[in-house]
Design a protein around this ligand. Structure first.
Ligand code: GDP
Ligand code: GDP
Length: 442
């Protein structure tokens, strides 16, 4: 199911990232991937009153060149509004209305997108009256909040849930015979070329469905009995008027493609290295529970000896420490070298992401590993592990029951995830691990 996408937009420094972190709330219990690649996270899934949605902080995305800053702000806000299902428009209650706020408000009104106008930095009741001036921005009723102190965060979420579009029904029953594959990556890495190459392969039965969704251009092909829907995030941009903010646009669009995908492949140009935006998209994919792998394209451009590929992977692993579990494929779309390998890999990682290990087996293997190397006692409290079970697949989700779940440290969590991977692979699958005590009080 595709979650509705909520974008937080507004001028720089109004508090978008602060609000994002506030709404995402308590640290995510996901240990794998280890956070830390991006301090300014772009994407998180969260929930209020049983409605789940994906929150995107466009503050973490801003990449402006100084001379064009003004234009960039407007163009990025425009992109975010177009891509969002609902918008939180944030303004600064301390500064008052700024001309960029007016520009954004006009775009928002024109777009007809459901939106909330939140006036930030209303830190106490003394500032409450400061919000009324913002009524001038249009028909939206201003809501005073303090992202920093959490004031009115609950009201904001309530209003947000009320304007979210109705839940989309699950698209189709999960068949292993069909795989939605999102091909993401920075501009010019070869996404469109790859899709065209795959569609041109003789082995493929192609039924192109160009433009069937508003989101991106999908192509459907059949390969060795599996129906692949290729979600090409580059496809539409040529028709689009967006030029300066291309990277911003590509990233936001990728987040959306990730939502619709079963498998995400991050395409990288071999003559470059993995970039911050690539990492953010990979992180979004992992957090959304999608199978993931990296593809190094344009391998023909690289002068190679027998250690070149190994060295490239080594460097990639250092840049993307949290994604050691995602496999790497080298291809050249230009020469056609191994392009089809991408489809094989997509099938492999999806199977891993859907794999289930019976509890009895886990308790003979991973539980024993934990008993051999128990977590250290904390504050004199001895931690006793009871059992481990896989509660879900897609993504593989494990729960360890023990007497003091809150005392388990990060390094021990990593140890357990590593043991699971060493024993069962789960290559390309973003494993989730939770700790619970059996007592209903917890
Ligand atoms: P962004 O550029 O819109 O993402 O803004 P940031 O989240 O980075 O915040 C910009 C500055 O405003 C930071 O110094 C924050 O600490 C501050 N800030 C954010 N929210 C509040 C708030 O509710 N009250 C006050 N007083 N300051 C805030
Ligand atoms: P997109 O923006 O990611 O869709 O990238 P394109 O598919 O438009 O490709 C960008 C450029 O890279 C084009 O000029 C392609 O011909 C070129 N290109 C794509 N794949 C390869 C490759 O494997 N090797 C080389 N040398 N060039 C490639």
């Amino acid at each position: 199911m595709r979650l509705p996408i909520v974008c937080i937009i507004g001028r720089p420094n109004v508090g978008k990232s602060t609000l994002f972190n506030r709404l995402v709330g308590r640290r995510l219990a996901v240990v794998d991937p280890t956070p830390g690649v991006t301090r300014d996270r772009l994407y998180a899934e969260t929930e209020c009153d049983g409605r789940r949605f994906a929150l995107v902080d466009t503050g973490g995305l801003v990449m402006q060149s100084d001379d064009e800053m003004q234009r960039e702000i407007a163009s990025q806000a425009q992109i975010a509004i177009e891509e969002a299902d609902a918008v939180i428009f944030l303004v600064d209650g301390k500064v008052g209305i700024h001309q960029d706020d007016e520009a954004i408000a006009r775009m928002l009104l024109r777009s007809g997108k459901p939106a909330i106008l939140a006036v930030n930095k209303i830190d106490g009741p003394k500032q409450d009256a400061d919000i009324y001036d913002f009524s001038r921005l249009g028909p939206l009723e201003p809501l005073g909040i303090s992202a920093l102190h959490g004031r009115a965060a609950g009201d904001l979420l309530e209003r947000l849930v009320a304007i979210l579009p109705p839940e989309e029904p699950a698209e189709e029953p999960e068949e292993i015979e069909s795989i939605a594959l999102a091909i993401v990556g920075r501009p010019n890495v070869g996404k469109s070329s790859l899709v065209n190459r795959l569609l041109g392969e003789e082995r493929m039965i192609v039924s192109a469905r160009a433009g069937t969704t508003r989101d991106s251009v999908d192509s459907v092909l059949e390969y060795e009995g599996v129906r692949f829907t290729l979600i090409d995030t580059a496809g539409l941009r040529r028709a689009s008027r967006v030029h300066q903010s291309l990277e911003f646009y590509t990233t936001l669009r990728s987040v959306k493609a990730v939502q619709r995908a079963d498998v995400v492949c991050v395409l990288i140009d071999a003559s470059q290295q993995l970039g911050t935006q690539d990492l953010k998209i990979a992180e979004a994919a992992a957090l959304a529970g999608k199978a993931l792998f990296f593809v190094i394209n344009k391998w023909d451009l690289i002068e190679k000896d027998e250690s070149t590929a190994g060295q490239y992977v080594h460097d990639l692993r250092i840049r993307a420490r949290s994604f050691a579990w995602a496999p790497v494929v080298f291809i050249s779309v230009l020469t056609g070298q191994r392009a089809v390998k991408i489809l094989d890999m997509a099938r492999e990682v999806l199977a891993e992401n859907r794999k289930r290990i019976p509890t009895a087996e886990l308790n003979e293997t991973v539980l024993n590993d934990m008993r051999d190397k128990p977590p250290p006692a904390v504050q004199g409290k001895h931690i006793k592990i009871n059992y481990i079970t896989q509660t879900e697949a897609t993504p593989p989700t494990f729960i360890v029951f023990c007497n003091h779940p809150k005392l388990i440290g990060e390094s021990y969590q990593r140890f357990v995830v590593n043991r699971i991977r060493e024993r069962y692979g789960f290559t390309g699958a973003p494993i989730r691990l939770w700790w619970r005590s059996k007592s209903p009080r917890d």
